[in-house]
Design a protein around this ligand. Sequence first.
Ligand code: SF4
Ligand code: SF4
Length: 78
Amino acid sequence: MSAGTVVIDQEACKGCELCIAACPASVLVMTTDQVNVRGHRYPQLLAGCIGCTACTAICPDFVFQVYRFDRPDPDGDA
Ligand code: SF4
Ligand code: SF4
């Protein structure tokens, strides 16, 4: 079940990982092998986003766009 989702501009990420600790739902995880064109690992979204906007508030590089669903998504992986 997800109440929100985020769009991640992976190419804008510098791999600082601030967003990982800031997410209260613990649904952001850094890639392990994949890197962007600048060589940085970047966050990926797991199911369970609550649309709280903490990630976009803390990210210095405006990587996230946060959306909240009118009704929670039962599949949770949107
Ligand atoms: S806070 Fe922003 S720049 Fe830092 S790892 Fe997360 S998405 Fe990338
Ligand atoms: S909106 Fe909130 S719950 Fe969703 S990924 Fe960002 S910090 Fe985590």
